[in-house]
Design a protein around this ligand. Structure first.
Ligand SMILES: C[S@@+](CC[C@H](N)C(=O)[O-])C[C@H]1O[C@@H](n2cnc3c(N)ncnc32)[C@H](O)[C@@H]1O
Length: 290
């Protein structure tokens, strides 16, 4: 059977995922992204050295019908963007199209298209903000690159006001639906360079959840520009929490880069570390006024 023929690259991806300590849904995402088909992913898991982790990966794949097709469809959208210069126009096209396939998978491939996994990941992010005392009924929060609004909807009952900024029209529409019942939440279309209508010093917390890598991909000047705008918007004693700053390089590269560029923008890094989430491998960067 051709599907059981060894595929060295895929077998290596399975071995890495099986040996890693990353969340199991993240590990399965890596396998599916490396596989040419679901059948091939299943065959590679069947060929892998038997272990509890391989059994759990196979069980999770069984519990995620359609995950391969969703991830493959969204991944295919990224191919043309690889060739083009990183720009808001490129990201808008990418996320507009991705939202049409599956809003949840588009904002978080690691949720594998499952609403419960996405909700669990969002719940952990909210819990970590609460544990760090960053949410209060009086606080005003900016959700930069809010996507389909999962974080906004979870924040709205816990804070005074939440404003989402989103580049993609389709994502912004989805976010509008997500917060339709929340009188203290609003979504605006924009790319982050156009936030002059937001009051200086008006935000106690700015969260960028898996959105800053798209800014980082546009280069250092753009990062400084966006961080300086965050600095302008931040209230005294306020905090910027960036969950994933960039996808390139390793953690040390990213920590060094954000510290250097934040300093230019008038911010300082308070923390740079793995997020420590059970359902997501995102990194956490906390910044405050220098
Ligand atoms: C991976 S998604 C994450 C969405 C959301 N934060 C979440 O985690 O559910 C990244 C989002 O950032 C948005 N985005 C990227 N660059 C942006 C920019 N410069 N300004 C506003 N939104 C941006 C994209 O359109 C996309 O919806």
């Amino acid at each position: 059977m051709s599907s059981s023929r060894p595929d060295p690259a895929l077998d290596a991806a399975v071995a890495t995922a099986a040996g890693s300590s990353e969340p199991i849904n993240v590990a399965l995402m890596h396998i599916l992204l490396a596989a040419p088909s679901e059948t091939a992913a299943r065959a590679a898991l069947a060929r892998a050295t038997v272990s509890d982790r391989v059994t759990a990966l196979t069980a999770l794949l069984d519990a995620c019908p359609g995950a391969f097709d969703r991830l493959a469809a969204i991944r295919a959208l990224e191919q043309p963007t690889r060739g083009g210069a990183a720009s808001p126009a490129l990201w808008k096209t990418l996320f507009d199209r991705a939202a049409e396939i599956d809003e949840g998978a588009a904002v978080a491939l690691y949720a594998l298209g499952r609403a419960d996994l996405l909700a669990a990941a969002t719940g952990e992010i909210i819990a970590s903000l609460a544990a760090d005392d960053l949410l209060s009924p009086a606080s005003t929060v900016l959700d930069f690159g809010c996507g389909a609004g999962r974080l906004m909807a979870a924040l709205a009952p816990r804070v005074g006001r939440v404003v989402g900024v989103e580049l993609s029209a389709h994502m912004a529409e989805a976010a509008g639906r997500a917060i339709a019942e929340d009188g203290n939440a609003m979504v605006v279309r924009g790319d982050g360079r156009d936030l002059a209508f937001l009051v200086t010093g008006g935000f106690d917390l700015i969260v960028a959840l898996d959105s800053f890598p798209y800014v980082a991909a546009e280069g250092e000047e753009r990062v400084i520009e966006q961080l300086a705008e965050f600095r302008r918007l931040l209230a005294g004693g306020g905090r910027v929490r960036i969950l994933n700053y960039a996808y390139a390089g390793d953690h040390a590269d990213r920590a060094w880069s954000i510290a250097r560029l934040a300093a230019v923008a008038g911010l300082r890094v308070l923390a740079a570390r793995p997020g420590g989430f059970a359902h997501w491998d995102g990194e956490l960067f906390d910044l405050a006024v220098a």
